[in-house]
Design a protein. Structure first.
Length: 71
C-alpha cells in the first residue's frame, strides 16, 4: 500500500467509527516511510555525506535530508 501512496498525488481520506484502526494505519504508514529511508541511508557508500549540506534558519543550523534519499 505504501508503494502506491508514494506514486499518487493528492490526498487519501480514511474515516470510520472509533476502534476500526485509523490511527494504527497512520502509524504503520509512517513506520514504513521511516524504515525505507533507513534502508536507503544504510545502502549509501558514504552515509556521512547526508550531513554535509548545512542550512541556517533563524540562526539555527539544520541538515535537511537530501531529496534522492527521501524520494
Amino acid at each position: 500500500m505504501v508503494n502506491s501512496l508514494g506514486k499518487a498525488e493528492g490526498l487519501i481520506g480514511v474515516n470510520g467509527p472509533p476502534g476500526t484502526g485509523k490511527t494504527t494505519l497512520l502509524c504503520d504508514v509512517i513506520a514504513e516511510i521511516v524504515t525505507e529511508r533507513a534502508r536507503r541511508i544504510a545502502a549509501l557508500d558514504r552515509p556521512v555525506a547526508l550531513f554535509e549540506d548545512k542550512i541556517t534558519v533563524t540562526g539555527k543550523g539544520f541538515f535537511p535530508l537530501k531529496a534522492d534519499v527521501v524520494a
